[in-house]
Design a protein around this ligand. Structure first.
Ligand SMILES: C[S@@+](CC[C@H](N)C(=O)[O-])C[C@H]1O[C@@H](n2cnc3c(N)ncnc32)[C@H](O)[C@@H]1O
Length: 332
C-alpha cells in the first residue's frame, strides 16, 4: 500500500477510502471537545507558530461523534489489529462508552505523564493523558515484547529496562520545537515510536483518523511502515503534506530498533532432565565460587537462555536442602 492521506472528515473518508479489515494499527488523538481558547492556555505555549483552523467537536456532539469514528475504526482494523486512542480526561467517558459499544477488547489503560502541565495554585496540576489500548479480536495480536529492550538490559538501579518500559505509566516529555509550525497537541516522536514498534511490524499499515501535524504518519514512515489517515483542516493538511516530503522511509529505524540479542532464546521451551541436572550442578558450582543466590540464578538464566523465574522454579523443585524454596523469598 502507498502512503495515502485525505483532507476530509475521518468518518466520511474511512467509508470512502478504507476497506474492511485492512489496517494493522490505528494510533489517533481525536479533538478533545474543549473550548479552543482554553486549549491554547492548556498547552501553555506561544501561539504564533500554531496552525490555524484546528477543528474542534462541540461538547454536546462529542459522544455521538466518538461512537461514529470508533465504529469506523473497528470496521477497518484487521482482526488482531490494535488501536491506541489518546484522550484527555474531560470527555474520556464518551470515548470509553463508545468503545464499550464495539467488539474491541481492552488491553491496557495507559497513563502518559508529560512535562509542561499548566500551573494551578489551588489544585493539583494536570500533567497526564489517557491512552486507551484496545484490539480487534479474531487473530493473534502483534505485540513485540522486546521491541525496545532485551531481557538483560538494566536500569541505573539494576532493574529490568524491558519491564520498566512495559509498565502502563509512561513518562515521556513533549518536544520543544521553537520556531516551527505545529498543530495543537503535537505528539512526541518517542511516544509514537513506542506504540508503533510494540504493536506493528515493518510494512504494516498504520492509520491516524486525526492527523493534525501528521506526527503519527511521519514516525510510521520513518519506521518503515505504510501510513494513511485523515485531517479535516485544509490549512494543516496542505502545510503538512509539504513537510511530509522531507520524511524518508525507514530513517528512524536505526535510532529505535533494539540491536541487542534477546538472551532468553529458550523461553517457554521444554526442559529435559539432563538440562535440569546441568542447571543444578552449575548452581552448586556458582555458590561454591561465592555467588549469592540472585546472581547465580541470573548467570544460569543467561547461560541457558531461560527466564529468572524458570530457573528459580527448577531449583526450588529439587530436594536439595541447600536450595530453599524460592517462590516466597527470591533474593538473599
Ligand atoms: C488533537 S489534534 C491531532 C494532533 C496530532 N496527533 C498531532 O500530533 O499533531 C486533532 C486533529 O483532528 C482534526 N479534526 C477534527 N475533526 C476532524 C474530523 N471530523 N476528521 C478529521 N480530522 C478532524 C483537527 O483539525 C486536529 O488537527
Amino acid at each position: 500500500m502507498q502512503d495515502k492521506f485525505y483532507n476530509i472528515d475521518c468518518v466520511e473518508g474511512a467509508k470512502k477510502y478504507l476497506l474492511d479489515n485492512s489496517i494493522d494499527l490505528i494510533i489517533t488523538d481525536p479533538p478533545y471537545g474543549i473550548d479552543g481558547d482554553k486549549l491554547h492556555k492548556h498547552y501553555n505555549r506561544k501561539e504564533d507558530f500554531v496552525i490555524d483552523g484546528y477543528v474542534e467537536i462541540p461538547k454536546e456532539e462529542y459522544a455521538e461523534f466518538s461512537l461514529k469514528w470508533i465504529k469506523e475504526a473497528e470496521r477497518v482494523l484487521k482482526p488482531g489489529g490494535s488501536i491506541y486512542i489518546v484522550s484527555g480526561y474531560t470527555n474520556l467517558v464518551d470515548i470509553l462508552n463508545a468503545l464499550r459499544q464495539t467488539n474491541l477488547q481492552e488491553i491496557n489503560h495507559i497513563i502518559w505523564k508529560y512535562n509542561f502541565g499548566v500551573y494551578t495554585a489551588n489544585k493539583y496540576i494536570s500533567s497526564h493523558y489517557h491512552i486507551l489500548y484496545y484490539y480487534k479480536p479474531g487473530k493473534k495480536r502483534t505485540f513485540n515484547t522486546y521491541a525496545l529492550h532485551s531481557d538483560y538490559e538494566k536500569d541505573e538501579n539494576g532493574g529490568s529496562l524491558n519491564y520498566r518500559d512495559r509498565e502502563d505509566v509512561w513518562i515521556i516529555n513533549r518536544e520543544y520545537k521553537p520556531g516551527r509550525v505545529k498543530n495543537k497537541n503535537e505528539l512526541p516522536t518517542k511516544l509514537l515510536a513506542k506504540m508503533i514498534l510494540y504493536s506493528s511490524n515493518e510494512n504494516d499499515v498504520v492509520c491516524d483518523f486525526f492527523l493534525g501535524s501528521f506526527s503519527t504518519a511521519k514516525v510510521a514512515i520513518g519506521l518503515n511502515r505504510n501510513s494513511c489517515g485523515f485531517e479535516i483542516n485544509p490549512t494543516a493538511f496542505n502545510i503538512q503534506m509539504e513537510e511530509l516530503k522531507q520524511t524518508v522511509k525507514g530513517e528512524l529505524l536505526s535510532k529505535y530498533i533494539n540491536t541487542k540479542t534477546n538472551i532468553l532464546i529458550n523461553k517457554g521451551q521444554h526442559l529435559d532432565e539432563l538440562t535440569k541436572t546441568e542447571i543444578l550442578v552449575l548452581y552448586e558450582k556458582l555458590k561454591s565460587y561465592g555467588f549469592n543466590k540472585k546472581d547465580a540464578i541470573a548467570k544460569i538464566s543467561e547461560n541457558f537462555g531461560r527466564g529468572f523465574w524458570s530457573i528459580s522454579k527448577i531449583l526450588s523443585e529439587t530436594n536439595n536442602p541447600q536450595i530453599e524454596n524460592t517462590s516466597g523469598k527470591l533474593f538473599d
